[in-house]
Design a protein around this ligand. Structure first.
Ligand code: XMP
Length: 506
C-alpha cells in the first residue's frame, strides 16, 4: 500500500499533517525524525515537519537529508523547509519581526507543480521565529508574502520543496490544495485509502494473524472499543468474546442501552454487573488518584476473572488508536511511551495484544464504524472517562450520589440532544460538587447540593475551550435539574479552558 512518511521534528501540528494527508485518501505514517524506514518499498514521498527548535540550535533534531534527496519527493514544512535550505547552503536567521498568524501570499509561481491553482491573496498560517534569508544556489522562490520573501521554494530539476508556512492548519486556505499537489500530483498517490479499503485489508490480516485463536476484548461503550470489536467480529466471529464491566458509575441507563446496541450488532458480549465490589472498595475514598487506582485494579480483577472462565484465549483485543501510539518527541530526547487502554492487563493475563485500530485517527475510526453499519449513537458518543462518574463526584462516592448525578447528567445530555448541540461539542458532563448551599423552594428553605455543568470544544482533548452554549439552553437545563432532581438546588456552568484547567474535575 502506498504511503507518505512524515518525519516528526516535534511540532505540535505534526499529527495534523497526518490527518490532512489521510483526508486525501492517502495512507501516511508519522515517525520520529531519526527513524526513516529506508527499506520500505511502499513509500512514495516524505514530509519534514515543523519543530520547536531553530535549525542553528545545537540540540536541533537532524536527519540524513542526503539519503532522502533524489530518492523520494520531499516537502519541508516550516522547520523542515529551513532545515533543507540550511543543509544545502542557504541562510536561516531570526526574523526581525516574529511571524505568527495570518499572512497573505503576495506572489505565487503557479507554474510550479506545488503551487498549481494557488493564487496571490490566499491566506496562509505562519508560526516561526526564524526565516530563510537566502536560498542555496540554484533554488527558486515559488511564493512570497509581504513580510517573508521566501515563503516557499523548490530545488532545481528535482522533487524537493519547502514552505515556511503551515499548509496543514485549517487557517491556511490554500493548504489542502498544496498538500494535494504534493501528495497526488507530485508523489503519485492513487488515493485508494478509504474506510472500506481499510476494513477489507484489516479483516484479511486479522484472519491471517489470528487463525482459529480466541480473542477477548473489553468493551467500554465508547467508540474505539466498539469499532474494534465489530471489526474483529467480522474477521473471526464467535472466536471473539467481549466483556463489558459495569462498575456502577456509568451514565443513566447506559449499561442496558449499550448492551442492547452490542447485541444488535451480533457481538458475543458478557455483561458483568460488578458495581457492588467497586462501591465497597471505594467507600470513604476521597483522593482522586486513589479512586482511579482502585477502579483500575478492580477492573483488571473482574475482567481477568471473567476471561479465565473462557477456555484457551490467546489474545487481548484493544481499541487503541493512532494518537495513543505515535511515538511523540520530547524536547530533551527521543521516545515516549506507547499507551495501552487497559494498562497492565496483557502482562497479567499473559496474552498477546491485537489492536486493529492502531493506525487510525479518531475521525477515521468513526468512518470505519459507519461503513460497518454501526448505529450513529454509538459512533458519535462523547468521550467518557474509564472511571466514569467516579471522577465527576468530588469527594467520596456512594450509590446514592451516583443516582443523583445520573439524573442531573441525563437532563443535561438529553437537553444537548434536543437542542441539536450534542454533536457540536467534544464532550459534556455534570459534576457533583462537595458543597451544599442555601436555597428556597416554595415556602421552604433548602440546604442541598450544587452541580456544575461542563461542556467543551476540542479536537483532541489535549487543549479545550468551554463551549459557549446559549443562555436560553443553560436556563432550561438549570430549571429542569433543580425542579426534577431531588437533592440539588443550584446549578453552575464551568467556564474554564484547558489549560490551565482540565476537562474532568478530578
Ligand atoms: P483531562 O481531564 O485530562 O481529560 O483534560 C482529557 C480526556 O481524557 C478523558 N479522561 C480519562 N479517560 N480514564 C479514561 O479512560 C481516565 O482516568 C481519564 N481521565 C480523563 C477525559 O474524559 C477527556 O476526554
Amino acid at each position: 500500500m502506498q504511503k507518505i512518511i512524515i518525519l516528526d521534528f516535534g511540532s505540535q501540528t505534526t499529527q495534523l499533517i497526518g490527518r490532512r494527508i489521510r483526508e486525501l485518501n492517502t495512507y501516511c505514517e508519522i515517525v520520529p525524525y531519526n527513524k526513516m524506514p529506508y527499506d520500505d518499498p511502499d513509500v512514495i514521498g516524505v514530509v519534514l515537519s515543523g519543530s520547536p527548535f531553530s535549525v542553528y540550535d545545537s540540540k536541533a533534531f537532524r536527519t540524513e537529508l542526503n539519503r532522502l534527496r533524489g530518492v523520494y519527493p520531499l516537502l519541508g514544512i516550516c522547520y523542515g523547509a529551513q532545515f533543507i535550505a540550511r543543509e544545502y547552503g542557504g541562510t536561516v536567521e531570526p526574523a526581525d519581526s516574529r511571524e505568527y498568524g495570518r499572512a497573505l501570499l503576495s506572489e505565487v509561481n503557479d507554474a510550479d507543480p506545488l503551487m498549481k491553482d494557488i493564487h496571490p491573496g490566499s491566506q496562509v498560517w505562519m508560526s516561526h521565529g526564524d526565516t530563510i534569508t537566502s536560498l542555496p544556489e540554484g533554488f527558486m522562490i515559488i511564493a512570497s508574502t509581504d513580510q517573508v520573501p521566501i515563503a516557499a521554494f523548490r530545488a532545481p530539476d528535482e522533487k524537493m520543496w519547502g514552505v515556511q508556512f503551515h499548509p496543514e492548519v485549517y487557517h491556511s486556505e490554500c493548504g489542502m490544495q498544496i498538500l494535494r499537489n504534493f501528495v497526488v500530483d507530485i508523489c503519485g498517490s492513487t488515493q485508494s485509502w478509504s474506510a472500506a479499503s481499510f476494513i477489507e485489508s484489516t479483516v484479511r490480516q486479522l484472519k491471517e494473524q489470528l487463525g482459529d485463536d480466541k480473542v477477548v476484548l473489553g468493551l467500554s461503550g465508547g467508540v474505539d472499543s466498539s469499532v474494534a470489536a465489530v471489526l474483529l467480529n467480522k474477521a473471526i466471529g464467535r472466536n471473539l468474546t467481549c466483556i463489558f464491566v459495569d462498575h456502577g458509575m456509568l451514565r443513566k441507563n447506559e449499561f442496558a442501552d449499550v448492551m442492547r446496541d452490542y447485541e444488535g450488532l451480533g457481538l458475543n458480549v458478557i455483561g458483568v454487573d460488578a458495581s457492588k465490589k467497586f462501591f465497597a472498595d471505594l467507600a470513604g475514598v476521597t483522593e482522586p488518584e486513589k479512586k482511579r487506582k482502585i477502579i483500575g485494579r478492580d477492573f483488571i480483577e473482574v475482567f481477568d476473572e471473567e476471561a479465565h472462565k473462557l477456555s484457551d484465549v490467546k489474545w487481548l483485543g484493544q481499541g487503541t488508536i493512532y494518537p495513543d501510539c505515535i511515538e511523540s518527541l520530547s524536547i530533551t530526547g527521543t521516545t515516549i511511551k506507547s499507551h495501552h487502554n487497559v494498562g497492565g492487563l496483557p502482562e497479567k493475563m499473559n496474552l498477546k495484544l491485537c489492536e486493529p485500530l492502531r493506525l487510525l485517527f479518531k475521525d477515521e475510526v468513526r468512518a470505519v464504524g459507519r461503513e460497518l453499519g454501526m448505529p450513529e449513537r454509538l459512533i458519535t458518543r462523547h468521550p467518557f472517562p474509564g472511571p466514569g462518574l467516579a471522577v465527576r463526584i468530588l469527594g467520596d462516592i456512594s450509590p446514592e450520589k451516583v443516582a443523583v448525578l445520573q439524573e442531573a447528567d441525563h437532563i443535561f445530555i438529553q437537553g444537548l440532544r434536543d437542542w441539536n448541540l450534542y454533536d457540536k461539542i467534544w464532550q459534556a458532563g455534570t459534576i457533583l460538587l462537595p458543597v451544599q448551599s442555601v436555597g428556597v423552594m416554595g415556602d421552604e428553605r433548602t440546604y442541598e447540593r450544587a452541580v456544575a455543568l461542563r461542556a467543551v470544544t476540542s479536537t483532541d482533548a489535549m487543549t479545550a475551550d468551554w463551549a459557549h452554549l446559549p443562555y436560553d439552553f443553560l436556563a432550561e437545563v438549570s430549571n429542569k435539574i433543580i425542579n426534577k432532581v431531588r437533592g440539588v438546588n443550584r446549578v453552575t456552568y464551568d467556564i474554564s479552558s484547558k489549560p490551565p484547567a482540565t476537562i474532568e474535575w478530578e
